[in-house]
Design a protein around this ligand. Structure first.
Ligand code: GLC
Length: 437
């Protein structure tokens, strides 16, 4: 067989960037309206309310039957989208999330409102015990204050909302800064890979090794964290499996700025704004890699940079005002818009297409290993626009709209073909409606 013929067989035409002519269809009002309807229908279908020990709750579950509980970052994103359709539900979702917190300020990664996690499920979740905990003792990317401010801005009918959560929000962020920054460098750490929300991302292979999320060793990692009381200080003292994650810290910085505004900090900033600035500076000083232009997570006590390029290495784009413009433009031109790396036909891939670990299709429920999620576009498209790359930004959005027209709101999409993958009716993917609004 000729070499050329062989190459054609293993690379089907549809997998080649830019091939699909439907990608050029204009995004008109009718398509936007259909997308809004789809997003609202999915959120309404996933809405859950009830009472637990006399306490009312209301939230959107990510997708049934797989994800029936309340997840911290999903809930924030759901509320951000709900504010466009039904601000009362957005407020209820965030109030429920805040009420799941403990008095110290930890707000759990997952809260089990209906059925507590018993011995069969508990080994997979970061609970304190196997005896029916109502929530995990772990965190997830902490964007509650950011979501709170967006929902407050959309709540002219409930002016008290803006400030009603302020004490609890302060407690939450003070807890994160106190408990999760054991080396005091300004960047908070995660102690389990799923605390970022990016469970199986290949960047974590080097940090968590045989204990990473997709291997049986992850039970051991959870069991050890449980023994150490999920105390990041004790974990960092004894072990090397913890990460200062760029994405987590980008969302934290954005949230602290939002908290500063909610708390009425003025033009010259104040405590929370100052803490945000410290994180931004630390990202620049400690995580920015001059050689590649990417922002890299730091692993373990020795702060080893994790060199796999994933969308979180581009996340500081969302800190546009705090990062020098030449650093941002490098992220855009050498990475986000490079067709060998992140400029895929559909959305923004979760891993650079150039990485050996890039896996565009479904991979036994292992996630964040290549497919495009809506959240990466939601975070990165607005700064792309603000930097003047309007046409490229629009192309990303339109490609995702096309993917949803063909496949509905799925958990994630193949960045080469647009094929919908994993869970159906996935709430967080409704973020696309916020992006096109
Ligand atoms: C998966 C995702 C995580 C999400 C959760 C619930 O674990 O990796 O980001 O929060 O599902 O949707």
């Amino acid at each position: 067989m000729k070499a050329g013929a062989h190459r054609r067989r293993v690379t089907p035409r549809v997998e080649r960037p830019g091939w699909d002519p439907a990608l050029d269809l204009p995004l008109d009002d009718a398509r936007r309206a259909r997308l809004n309807q789809l997003a609202e229908t999915v959120l309404r279908r996933n809405w859950r309310e009830g009472t637990k020990h006399g306490v009312p709750y209301a939230f959107t579950c990510p997708a049934t039957p797989r994800y029936r509980h309340q997840w911290y970052w999903d809930s924030c994103f759901h509320a951000i989208v709900w504010r466009r359709f039904d601000p009362a539900r957005a407020r209820a979702e965030l109030r429920t999330l805040l009420s799941a917190g403990d008095p110290d300020g930890l707000i759990p990664h997952t809260t089990f409102w209906d059925h507590p996690a018993m011995w069969r499920r508990a080994p997979f979740y970061g609970t304190r015990s196997f005896h029916g905990d109502g929530a995990t003792a772990t965190i997830q990317t902490p964007l509650l204050a950011l979501a709170w401010e967006l929902v407050a801005d959309a709540s002219p009918d409930d002016r008290g909302f803006r400030t009603e959560g302020i004490d609890a929000l302060r407690r939450h962020y003070a807890w994160l800064l106190r408990e999760r920054d054991p080396d005091g460098d300004g960047l908070i750490s995660i102690v389990l890979p799923d605390e970022s929300g990016l469970d199986d991302a290949p960047k974590y292979a080097d940090a968590f090794r045989w204990m990473r999320h997709d291997l049986p060793g992850s039970w051991w990692l959870i069991a050890r964290a449980r023994r150490l009381g999920y105390d990041a200080g004790r974990i960092a003292e004894r072990c090397d499996e913890h990460v200062e994650d760029v994405l987590v810290n980008v969302f934290l910085a954005r949230s602290l700025r939002a908290l500063g505004r909610l708390a009425g900090e003025g033009e010259n900033g104040g405590f929370w704004t100052g803490r945000a600035a410290r994180i931004e500076q630390a990202l620049l000083d400690r995580c920015h890699d001059e050689r590649t232009g990417l922002f890299l997570d730091l692993a373990g006590r020795g702060e080893r940079p994790l060199t796999v390029s994933t969308w979180s290495s581009l996340a500081p784009l969302a800190l546009r005002d705090a990062i020098p413009e030449d650093v941002l433009r490098r992220l855009v031109e050498e990475h986000l818009l490079d067709p060998r790396r992140y400029a895929a036909p559909f959305g923004i891939p979760s891993v650079s297409m150039e990485e050996r670990s890039f896996t565009p299709g479904f991979d036994r429920w292992r996630c964040w290993r290549g497919p495009s999620w809506m959240v990466s576009a939601w975070l990165l498209v607005p700064p792309l626009r603000e930097l003047g790359y309007e046409r490229e930004a629009q192309r990303i959005v339109t490609s995702l709209v096309l993917a949803t027209e063909r496949a509905g709101l799925r958990e994630y999409y193949n960045p080469l073909t647009g094929r919908g993958l994993a869970a159906h009716g996935f709430g967080m993917s409704a973020l696309l409606a916020d992006l096109v609004a």
